[in-house]
Design a protein around this ligand. Sequence first.
Ligand code: ZN
Length: 114
Amino acid sequence: MKCSICKGEIETHRDPDTNQIIWDQGNNADPINDGRCCDNCNATKVIPARFEMHRKKQVLLTHNDTELLEEYAAEKAEARACGDLDFPSFREWSGEVNPRQAAEGRWTYYADET
Ligand SMILES: [Zn+2]
């Protein structure tokens, strides 16, 4: 099997005791592409790309991404319609702060630092 990123051969993993191949399907190359990749590309390209995606998502949250805000407003309206008046704040809902920090009012510092 070839790596979808570097086109090298994907290494097989063998059971150290029996020497039987226990895994030869490589790693999920998402978000680089939708194929499989070797261990080296996974460590040097795929995992950093996932971190980068996560970071970008965090930046969007910090900047109160419009789409997310709309989604939040819709869910909140739905919760209200069902009689749930304790819907979390946007920052809690989006995962930017945890509920405990929000309860303590610490999120304001957290937001100001970024
Ligand atoms: Zn590779």
